[in-house]
Structures are given as C-alpha cells and as structure tokens.
Ligand binder design. Structure first.
Ligand code: ATP
Ligand code: MG
Length: 300
C-alpha cells in the first residue's frame, strides 16, 4: 500500500541556506507533483503550518476526484492533533474516529473555496484577526489582499481542486498567517499566454513579473475565463501592502519561490525535486515590530 509518512524533520530544500527549513516540505513536494498516496501518516508530525495544511487537504480532495478516499493517520502529538481537528482536516479523508459531526464546533476550518468566492476572504480574516489582536485598520487591506489571491487562483489557475485556504493566528507574536493553494497551470504558464509576456523564461522571472503593477497574463483587450478584464493590479497591491511594513508575501509556483517584505530585496529560492504544479501564496501579517529575521524564522 502506498503510504506517505510525513517526516518529523525539516528536509532539504529549505529556506535560504537550508538551516531554516520548515517542517513538511515533503508534503509540499508531494502536493506539487499531484501524487496522491493511499495513506498519509502524520504520526511523527509535531506541527503543520497553514500552507502544509492546505496542501494536505488538497491531496484528500484530489483523491476524491480520482474516486477514492485517502486514509489519514493523525499525529501522536496531542497539540498537533487538536489543531488539525479545529481546522476540520479529517473531513477530507477517511480518518478513524473523526466525523463531520464530532468536529462541527470549530470556527476555523480549512476551506475549499470555489467560484464565485463571495465573502470568503472577509469571513476568514474576521475569524483570524481578533485572535492575534491585529490593529483594526489593517484588516480591510488584509481582506482585500486575500480576496485578490483567491480570485487569482479561481480565475487563472484552472485548478482541478479550485483552491484551498488555511489560516492560523499566533496570539503571542501578534501574527496571522494565511495560505492559498491551487493545483493549476502555474504562474508562468498563465502569464505567457499574454503575447507581451510570452518570452518569460523561468518560473522565477514569472513570479517577479506577476507582482508588478500592470502585469497580467490576460491578453490586452480580452476577458478572463470568468468574463472580466484584468489590469494586473492584484498581486502588486498585495506586495505593496506587505512591503509597507505589515507583512510578508511568499509566492511559490513551478520550480521557484520568492518572498517579499519591507527593506529587503526579494529573497528567492528553488524547490528541490519535481516542479510545483500549481501556485501557493502565503501571507504573514504582523502587528509586532520588528519583523522576525528571515534567516532565523522560516517562511514556509
Ligand atoms: N494562482 C495563479 N495561477 C496562475 N497564474 C496566476 C495565479 N495568480 C496570479 N497569476 C498570474 O499572475 C498575473 C498577475 O496577477 P495579478 O493579480 O497581479 O493581476 P490580474 O489578476 O491579471 O489582474 P487584476 O488582479 O488586476 O484583476 C495573472 O494575470 C496571472 O498570469
Ligand atoms: Mg488578480
């Protein structure tokens, strides 16, 4: 039986010099190659960040699209298990002892968001922001940022699972983290459909272009698949908001990831192993200052 045992250790392919590698890059890699196991074994997992939770659920959802239920073995660590229950992760799997009924009390589920997204971004930030005591003035721009990212995933990606949104608040450090994941065609492939950007040579170049104002993969004069025009303003707005001091934006697609934040040149890295077939956008919003050092606190 194909069991995917999630490692308790950060593996290679980490952030910056590799030392700050976060947990669960193995989940990321498996998700990016769309290879759905029969069993996901989280026994040794001490913690899962929002991006890893989104990836995990997308594997469950992809399995269902293929006509099967993926088995999930929950972590032996109590805190991690409780956290996954609050997020209602087990409902995407066959997972002994957990049903939609038993998990119903949660107000913080990981969400599969479909078109049209409606007020999903507002609802999610309204849930997360108060727990981290974020300044009320920040929330509207957070909501707008999250909405832009979700709309991009549902408009440009053509992802079989639409998109998954997972979030977490960190009350002690005054931080909210949200991840939006799709398993679609990647930024580079969409962007190069616009003749103005057809020569984009790499995934990294595509990500760096996509966050610039006025850059869109929708060809001039045309509408996107949802019937709207695009001006290429969405990701630029998110980047400017983050670089304005309140946050940090990481975009991962194809074989590359890039992180943007105030006062730093974009930090870039490559994914070890197969390309990530899709797009993962991770945003951390802070109230606390100064920001943690990029080299000591892993982003993903
Ligand atoms: N999830 C995604 N999947 C594939 N491509 C994406 C994704 N997100 C962004 N892109 C690419 O990045 C480009 C820039 O995104 P951005 O949000 O800045 O502009 P836009 O969506 O084209 O226009 P606007 O946001 O102003 O409506 C997109 O046009 C698309 O080519
Ligand atoms: Mg957009």
């Amino acid at each position: 039986m194909a069991t995917f045992k999630v490692s308790s250790l950060p593996d290679v392919g980490g952030f910056a010099d590799g030392n700050g590698a976060a947990l669960a890059w193995d989940i990321l890699k498996r998700t990016g190659s769309h290879s759905v196991p029969e069993v996901i074994d989280l026994t040794e997992c001490p913690h899962l960040k929002p991006y890893a939770v989104a990836c995990l659920c997308s594997l469950g959802a992809k399995g269902r699209l293929e006509g099967r239920e993926v088995d999930l073995v929950m972590p032996s660590d109590n805190a991690c298990r409780d956290h996954l229950c609050r997020l209602m992760v087990p409902v995407w799997f066959r997972c002994g002892g957990y049903s939609e009924e038993t998990l119903r009390d949660t107000n913080l589920p990981v969400e599969q968001v479909n078109w049209p997204p409606g007020q999903a971004a507002t609802r999610i930030i309204d849930m997360l922001a108060p727990q981290a005591a974020l300044a009320p003035g920040v929330s509207p721009r957070m909501k707008e940022s999250l909405d832009e990212i979700i709309v991009n995933a549902l408009t440009h990606a053509e992802s079989p699972i639409d998109c998954f949104v997972a979030g977490q608040s960190y009350p002690k450090t005054g931080k909210v983290e949200v991840a939006v994941l799709d398993l679609g065609q990647t930024i580079r492939v969409h962007l190069s459909k616009n003749p103005l950007h057809s020569r984009v040579r790499s995934d990294e170049e595509a990500i760096l272009l996509a966050v610039q104002d006025g850059v869109t993969g929708t060809p001039p004069g045309q509408q996107n698949r949802r019937g709207f025009a695009n001006s290429g303003a969405g990701l630029a707005f998110v980047r400017e908001f983050c670089e304005g001091g309140s946050g940090e934006l990481t975009v991962l697609s194809g074989d590359s990831w890039v992180t943007f934040r105030q006062g730093l040149a974009p930090v870039k890295g490559k994914i070890f192993g197969p390309r990530f077939q899709g797009c993962l956008v991770n945003v951390r919003f802070f109230t606390g200052y100064p920001l943690p050092k990029a080299s000591t606190e892993p982003i993903l």
